[in-house]
Design a protein around this ligand. Structure first.
Ligand SMILES: Nc1ncnc2c1ncn2[C@@H]1O[C@H](COP(=O)(O)OP(=O)(O)O)[C@@H](O)[C@H]1O
Ligand SMILES: [Mg+2]
Length: 536
């Protein structure tokens, strides 16, 4: 959209004789402002094209840049509250459903299968009139211009034009009304509800928490843990969120936050428990990806300070960042160890913040990261115990249908079949899914299948490991040869040697693999974080 050019001479003439505001009087400020939006390029929109719709002389406007968290919220709200539905014709389809918290006409919440919000409508380019009802119930008319400005520029996502929104309210000095409107949208998008939770991801580039989706939470009871472990954790959180505790922290000047470390086997329910806790305690889930190559110390601190209210900040696979000696594992990452510690200490972050760190390898973490005060409670997730086997059996074959002794019989039968072998709760869940049409008695009789599945997986793993070792050996060979003929041979040989000493087979580099067993109940973040890294 072209804007009215601003002749620099015109400013000088109209503002003051020597081109500056050396005599700022009410009169010349008024005169200057009177011309904004009608004559000069100092208006953030093409004033001429808006004159038929708005009395710019008697309006207040506020620009919302496209990178911020309020941008999609306003687009969604406007689309759902247009003043005259029939008149408007410019919309944009929002396939990710990340627009905002509105139950809109185009993609309203579904009754069943609520996992995905589906598509929704955002308001498109152009000028729109809409209404806003504030918390007192009063309705106000506002206007919104969505515009693109300037020439396309090349970005990582292709050629884009700069885009923004301009909100208008009739009358002068109405900025508080516009601010209250945006505040209300942000607050609504962060509102929590028992049994559902909203997932946010930190947008590293634009530095804000991007709202991804609202998900129905799994019940806390559906995550089967040793009862003592779960009781200890829920008591701890109950205690932390109580008013007395908040007062205590406040009185003693201690930052009011609590951090948990969930550590142990993959597929033992760490991510599932985080989701269940979010639902149970009506908290938002904020996933941080500290391994992102653009995640700096400042960005991490901003993420913690800016977390939506009532949230749990989750740092999954915290071992992926630094080893026990604080060496960086992700070469591209600008994050420092002390930056990570500072963020976790959460100085200046919202009061009452809960952090959950997860790892499959607690022994690989530097002790400073998980010392008392920084991590308040360590929760172990181990192989399935007899108690968990029986409880999971009960969950899939509810007590009302079977004798109370039957779950114990199942646990005994399974433990007998397993012998020394270990089974994860994820593998156990998989077994119960395969047995969903069986009777309880059949599920007990079939426990041999659990062992068969474990052995099959072990075989597959063995083959994979052997292939990996072969590949590393080949790579080592190639490197060795290249080293002999190349100028940097000395360094390469030295590397190969230390790899051989430490690796105990193949002479390659140590490989650190994160395996995520995902039975289908996990969130996006769980699925997208499968990664494999090499460390020297
Ligand atoms: N303790 C458990 N109770 C109930 N379900 C579990 C448990 N452990 C694993 N699962 C199931 O296994 C799958 C993977 O679990 P997840 O929570 O992602 O494990 P982790 O985060 O420890 O790797 C999920 O579908 C989950 O429902
Ligand atoms: Mg997990």
């Amino acid at each position: 959209m072209p804007t009215t050019p601003l002749p620099s001479a015109a400013v000088a003439d109209d503002v003051s004789s020597d081109g500056s505001f050396d005599m700022v009087s009410d009169k010349n400020v008024k005169e200057f402002n009177a011309q904004i939006g009608t004559q000069y390029d100092v208006a953030p929109f093409n004033a001429d094209s808006l004159t038929p719709f708005l009395d710019l002389e008697d309006s207040t406007w506020m620009v919302i840049p496209s990178g911020g968290k309020s941008f999609p919220l306003v687009l969604s709200h406007v689309a759902n509250n247009l003043l005259d539905d029939a008149w408007h014709r410019s919309f944009e389809l929002n396939e990710k459903g990340s627009g905002g918290g509105c139950k809109d006409k185009c993609g309203g919440k579904k009754k069943k299968k609520e996992k995905k919000e589906g598509v929704s409508c955002l308001v498109g380019l152009g000028f729109h009139r809409f209404t806003w009802t504030d918390t007192s119930g009063a309705t106000t008319e506002l206007q919104c211009l969505r515009q693109q400005i300037g020439e396309p520029v090349g970005t990582n996502c292709g050629a884009v034009r700069m885009e923004n929104l301009v909100l208008f309210k009739s009358g002068r000095a109405q900025e508080n009304v516009l601010k209250a409107y945006v505040d209300q949208l942000i607050t609504a998008s962060e509102a929590t509800d028992k049994n559902t939770f909203t997932i946010f991801h930190w947008h590293v580039k634009y530095q804000y928490w991007q709202r991804n989706q609202t998900v129905r939470a799994r019940p806390l009871d559906s995550v089967i843990l040793p009862r003592a472990t779960k009781d200890r954790l829920t008591k701890d959180i109950d205690d932390f969120v109580s008013e007395d505790t908040e007062d205590f922290y406040f009185q003693h000047g201690i930052p009011y936050k609590r951090s948990y470390l969930f550590y142990g086997l993959p597929g033992s329910g760490k991510t599932s428990l985080i989701q269940a806790i979010a639902g149970h305690y009506a908290r938002n889930l904020c996933f941080l990806q500290p391994t992102h190559p653009e995640m700096t110390d400042d960005s991490l601190r901003a993420a913690v300070n800016d977390a939506p209210q009532d949230s749990i900040i989750v740092l999954e696979d915290i071992d992926a960042l630094f080893d026990k000696d604080r060496n960086q594992k992700v070469r591209a990452s600008p994050l420092t160890f002390s930056g990570l510690l500072n963020a976790l200490d959460g100085v200046g972050n919202p009061q009452g913040q809960i952090f959950v760190l997860t790892t499959n390898f607690r022994e690989q973490l530097d002790s400073a990261l998980i010392r008392n005060g920084r991590v308040d409670l360590h929760v172990e997730f181990a192989r399935a115990t007899g108690e968990q086997m029986a409880d999971m059996f009960t969950a899939f074959f509810p007590q009302s249908e079977v004798d109370s002794q039957v779950p114990h019989e199942f646990a005994m039968a399974l433990q007998g079949a397993l012998g020394e072998r270990e089974v994860s709760t994820a593998a156990l869940q998989h077994y119960f899914v395969t047995q969903r049409t069986s009777t309880p008695e059949e599920a007990i009789a079939n426990v041999g299948l659990v062992v068969e599945a474990i052995e099959e997986r072990a075989m597959e793993q063995k083959v994979q490991d052997e292939k990996k070792v072969e590949k590393q050996a080949e790579a080592g060979d190639v490197k060795g040869k290249a080293g002999k003929s190349g100028g940097t041979g000395k360094r390469r040989k030295a590397r190969g040697k230390s790899g051989h000493d430490g690796g105990g087979g193949g002479g390659g580099q140590a490989i650190h693999v994160h395996v995520h067993t995902d039975g289908g109940g996990s969130t996006n973040s769980g699925a997208e974080e499968e990664e494999e890294e090499e460390e020297e």
